[in-house]
Design a protein around this ligand. Sequence first.
Ligand SMILES: Cc1cc2nc3c(=O)[nH]c(=O)nc-3n(C[C@H](O)[C@H](O)[C@H](O)COP(=O)(O)OP(=O)(O)OC[C@H]3O[C@@H](n4cnc5c(N)ncnc54)[C@H](O)[C@@H]3O)c2cc1C
Ligand code: FES
Ligand code: FES
Length: 1337
Amino acid sequence: MEGNLSVASDVTSILIFFVNGQKVVLKDANPEQTLLQFLRNNLRLCGTKLGCGEGGCGACTVMISQCSPHDQKVRHQAINACLVPICAVDGCAVVTVEGIGSTKTRLHAVQERIAKCHGSQCGFCTPGIVMSMYTLLRNNPQPSQAEMEGVLAGNLCRCTGYRPILEGFKTFTKEFCCKGPGADGQCCMTMKDESGVDVSTALHDVSKFAPYDPTQEPIFPPELMISKRSKTPSRLIVKGERVCWNRPQSLEQLLSLKHQYPRAQIVAGNTKIGLEMKFKNHVYPVLISPSEIKELHTIQSSETELTVGAAVTLTEFGHVMEELIKTLPEYKSRVLVALTDMLQWFGSQQIRNVVTVGGNVMAASPVSDLNPLLAAARSRLTFASKEGGERTIAFTSDFFTGPPNQKVAAREDEVLLSITITFTEANEFLYWFKQARRRDGDAAIASAAMRVKLSDDASEGKRTVEDCSLVFGAMAAKTKSAPKTEQLLIGQEWSNDILPAVSKSLVDDLPLESGAPGGMIEYRHCLVISFFFKFFISVTNCIATIAVEDASAVPKPERLLSKSAQIYQEVPSDQSADDTVGRPIAHLRAEHHATGEAVYIDDIPSVEGQLYMGRVTSTEARAKIKSVDTSAALAMQGVSHYISAADVPGANYMGPVVDDEPLFADGKVFVIGQTVGVVLAETRELAQRAAHAVRVEYEDRETPIITMEQAIDAESFYGVPREVKKGDTDAAFSDSATIIKEGEMRVGGQEHFYLETQASLAVPGEEDEMTLYTSTQHPASSQRMAAKALGVPQNRVTCHVKRVGGAFGGKQSHSGILSSMAVVAAKVSGRPVRFMLDRDEDMASTGQRHPILAKYKIGFTKNGKLTALDIKFYVNGGWTMSLSTAFVWKSASSIDHCYHWPNLTIHGRACRTNLPSNTAFRGFGEVEIAMLTESIMTDVAGWCSLPVEEVREKNMYQTGDKTFYLQKLENVTLLRCWKEVIDRANLDKLKADAVQFNKANRWKKRGVAVVPTKYGVGFVPVPESSQGAAFIVVYVDGSVLLTHGGVEMGQGLHTKMIQICSRVLAIPTSKIFLSETSTNTVPNTTPTAASASTDLNGYAVKDAAEKIRDRLEPYRTKNPDGSWDDWVQSAFQDKVSLSATGMYGAPTPMLESGRIGFQYFTYGAACSHVEIDTLTGDWQVLKTDIVMDVGNSLNPAIDIGQIEGAFVQGMGYFTMEETLVSPSGYALSRGPGTYKIPCCGDIPKEFNVALLRSAPCDKGICSSKSVGEPPLFLASSVFYAIKDAITAARSDAGVTGVFRLDSPATVERIRMACADHVARTQVPPVDKQATPWAIQP
Ligand SMILES: Cc1cc2nc3c(=O)[nH]c(=O)nc-3n(C[C@H](O)[C@H](O)[C@H](O)COP(=O)(O)OP(=O)(O)OC[C@H]3O[C@@H](n4cnc5c(N)ncnc54)[C@H](O)[C@@H]3O)c2cc1C
Ligand code: FES
Ligand code: FES
């Protein structure tokens, strides 16, 4: 090993740090271990979660406090524990979620408020969010709302839609004011609506919150103060098996080390090295930490420049610049303003807290945000080496020498000491631009730093360019300047006339091959031209008056603060206080989520003898396996087994509908990421490393089928087409009054991105028994598959699910296949086997929402009345059938959406491709096709020149109408929701304002859209799934144990079931406990899916509870003054059974058409108001109003949480979440770095949700309606508002008429659809014959 370092007497190898106030002395640290692994594996502090392992989700956030050796100040910082090497923690105090409060002692105010404000659903993200907020309060006990919203941008939540989290944490901010009781003594948030119904806008009671007292926070351990530490040697050398960690004490030592080991890596923030070690399996034998080197932490400023040590973090850098900006003349600070502007969008708070300025320079990433700015700003780099001493060079883009390995023009033994930034001069201007898929924490699609120095003689108003730099990120394999354009500009007059030549020259300077990495070739060219235009206008704006219409090119994206309202109907005033049905009680495990006490699969303590499972996955999409060489893997110490198809004792093929998916590849592979076999080893890391060491050779490769178009060409399908006909479309089309149009639309897929990835623990027992703990939404299916794989009866397999960290459909069918692998491995090895997929593994192999491609012909009258639709649609099913034909069936049934179509011809087909098998996702089959229907409605309005609301309303279903499959619609509240949302949103004013705004702003446009939704509830066409079961046990102490068939995955199902049980038994919810879902208490359950679980299990719970209630009734009658406990005791003494099962089989309405109908429909409507930047495609939602009919809400807090969560998930689906694959079938979207789900900064700036009042549903449990899936589609209002804004932009560009916009409306699609002269004429076309970097599946 290269790191054979000598150990002198002033050296220690022992790490000393504190965790939650407890001292940790670590003698045999493994330098490859991260803090997250140490906390979870060594200390069993499992509150800190693993969500991605790449710094992108924030689930692993903890607070690190450190006394700086450089200024002796203690700093508290939120960091991602997954990226921090354990050796970097020496001398620090770590605080995890367990260290700040507990349900057993006292909750911290942050934990209490997130819990009481309904800020947790599945709870997996909650500890990380708590720690981000906690750290903010440690640094600033009363932050501003902007600071609070800024720090939370690094924490992803897939469930809540963020609104309740932000509302809860607003109570800590300066701006927060609880106005207290109103005049009548009631909460100021309770009011009467216009019909006299009591409505409330309060989902939590602020007056019940414990006050936050910052003086009670623990102090920094005195032992770690530098003054104490200086007495002990602190040069650190920790030798691991493969890697040696070295923390020198002086620059001299550092340079010597670099001289001795030139290839050693300097671990600054570890955000590049850490990812290389984790995801690329790089091994760096010598790692050097610069944390103690004073010279690398120095910050100095003079009259003309600022020098920053290379190891200064971006957070410190930002603070220093903010202070300097306050003191410098405006012109000097322009460079610093540009840098601070850039920093607010750089990664997340957690990332900026560790990333160093020097690390960013030396990482030399082509998408670096910082490097183009530093290079454009006339900066200098100072290096030092043992032999060469110090040298300073000008930092231009030439410093980056490009691939291979993103090399820089520095010697390997050199260390970057500092970066010197020159202040801008009087006539010098510097601006930075970036466009990414998501504003916060996303790598640039393109970025630019542009500096120009103009002459100061403005005779006749003319100024010429004296000097300039134009440097770009993400436009090449390295940070790149535009030398020809720079030359072109020098000496030119600064006027509009330069724009055409500059645009052309920029494209020449920044050529992109048609297949260039990152794709989006035309868009990226468009962006650089648009950036220059923005730069030009911004500079001109400083020196002259710009044309009014161009002013809108100047403003940059800003963080608008969020606000919201939630409106729901109060319960009747005579409802018992113990009866919580209809009240906004918090998720009953919210406090456990907030304290990190909630246990998920990976948190289950080690089981004696357990092994970890690592999957060996296929690297080919369609080939035969020639050979598998496991020798290198099995030779590793601690690796025990390799298991493949030959080892499966029972059946190797599984599937939710047909058994066509092999657990382990059976001689052939059909998709990249398919499991070839699994390796078992002592640790998770070893299992993964060993899996990588298995060599699989392939032969007989065939061209994979990836896209739907390829599948159609190859006639590669599943099953038979789904054909539906109603009326006579041909006759309708031949009617002379009918206008006929044809169109095509693609609606992309979506990754589930549940925060807890797929995980299981299989424990073998005697007599073929197997106990399976798994993260699934279908325990009975996992049990069935496991038994089948083992070749044993189902009664030998028990499946337990306590909770699931998010599922959204993604843990319905594939989780059973993955857990069956663990079960087989446990059987073969005779030892417990566990796994939790890495995020990239999960994303690349477990399937997603089905993409759809549709071609259609529509007929309508000139008044916008629909007459006929003839549609052919295809869905991308992936390599096994899974639920794809069911998806086609559901889509074909939902194509009408909210509208009456007199004549319909539908043809739907599932494509068989070589992609991961697509599966269920919230809104299965309905939201995807409804997108297409609403696109048609928008276009019809365009063709008829009518307001789209008028066209929608004109064709909307009403009570008594029949759907095309002849289901009569009863109690249709659609129009009520529609009219109420229009009213609440003040649509007319919004539209008028948008028209005004659009007239005044050429480069920014606003759009508005109102969209309705109708969602069919129930397991159609699988009627046997429409059943629920429950089991209630009353113990002699009066406590009640409730179990039912549904799984708690964040939707608050268990809370609602306890509410129902409590109502029937007339006991407080505190007497009822729900431990888990398990197949040995409630058997043969149906999946928790299709928005049906509350009704199915709720009725079953009611049934069981009524049995118990009835049995206790004689005792209640006999002893009316007695208590529940007394009646239970008496019944027990009379030998009355105190347990009962409950069962519910939902009616399966048979329709005249011969098919089964939905149970009922849930309705709603939403209005969204957006603003887009037509030059970049950037957008934000200014306001969303939703009105949703959930019947009599069982729990308004949970229901509103479902609506908001679904809306934000849908917003991601229809805008930023784009799943991309390479032409060979390799998934390019494989983690939070490459796939963007909305973060808290993306939610509507004003987000109002109202539940429709006085709308009981006679079919749903307690008159409620299902809510899990129906609201998701309402997010399409954002898409159509964007389309509306684009229409305004096109009109300015002289392009009119209906246009195609596929979903998602990515920034690329938005920008290109604006169709201005740049997009139309200045961007070179891509070579359509060339192989692109990415394709749409
Ligand atoms: C979640 C996440 C989000 C991100 N978001 C963004 C973003 O929005 N914008 C963006 O531009 N980037 C982003 N990045 C990339 C990030 O900026 C780089 O990984 C980072 O700049 C590297 O800096 P570091 O301090 O972590 O370096 P390290 O990973 O510690 O080191 C990087 C390289 O620099 C070398 N090095 C470090 N210091 C010195 C020195 N003093 N002298 C010589 N060599 C040195 C190391 O040897 C190593 O080769 C993100 C990364 C992550 C993980
Ligand atoms: S697990 Fe660390 S950021 Fe996602
Ligand atoms: S509650 Fe945030 S991810 Fe589930």
